[in-house]
Design a protein around this ligand. Sequence first.
Ligand SMILES: Nc1ncnc2c1ncn2[C@@H]1O[C@H](COP(=O)(O)OP(=O)(O)OP(=O)(O)OP(=O)(O)OC[C@H]2O[C@@H](n3cnc4c(N)ncnc43)[C@H](O)[C@@H]2O)[C@@H](O)[C@H]1O
Length: 166
Amino acid sequence: MTRDLDNVKVTKIGFLIQVKRIMSELRAAGLIIFRRMASEIEYLLMQTSYGIHHWTPPKGHVDPGESDRETALRETQEEAGLKSEDFSLIEEFRKEVKYKVNGEPKTVIYWLAELRDPNSQVVLSEEHQDYRWLPLTEACTLAGFKDMIHILHECNDYLKKADCRL
Ligand SMILES: Nc1ncnc2c1ncn2[C@@H]1O[C@H](COP(=O)(O)OP(=O)(O)OP(=O)(O)OP(=O)(O)OC[C@H]2O[C@@H](n3cnc4c(N)ncnc43)[C@H](O)[C@@H]2O)[C@@H](O)[C@H]1O
């Protein structure tokens, strides 16, 4: 009986640790936005104005009570000045990237989205100092991180399969 109670306690503690871990996990969401130009597809990357000035698609932290999708749309508008009516969201293309920031696990959810008017203006916030529309190879070079490069290739493969004139 005592042993059973001990097992219940251990299970409960394990469960609470797991919940705490999930609650404290950094979570962000964003959009990999592409536009169709005459000869190729280009992806939007923005360069942070802080830290190591890395290049990233628009994304940001999921606020309490917000869904990942809501965050992705809000951050895209805040960081790139692109509203939901400016692009078509490809709901079925949803990818997760996991990495550590200052030793803490971070999960980023990305959807793929196509800019409706390729000439739409990107308007940066103070969080970014530059942006570029880049074909796959150049986008991978600037993105730098292995997982991000992998996702960009998955975007390209997805668009090829969807027969999107790549
Ligand atoms: N160093 C700094 N100095 C001043 N202000 C800062 C700051 N870092 C963040 N801030 C502030 O935090 C805010 C960001 O908030 P949000 O805008 O809400 O969130 P975010 O895009 O997820 O931010 P961040 O740039 O930190 O995330 P990322 O995962 O790309 O990047 C986080 C880290 O993970 C690394 N990383 C990015 N992508 C990675 C990947 N795919 N794999 C491995 N590491 C990756 C990056 O190099 C980076 O070091 C900014 O407004 C800024 O004010």
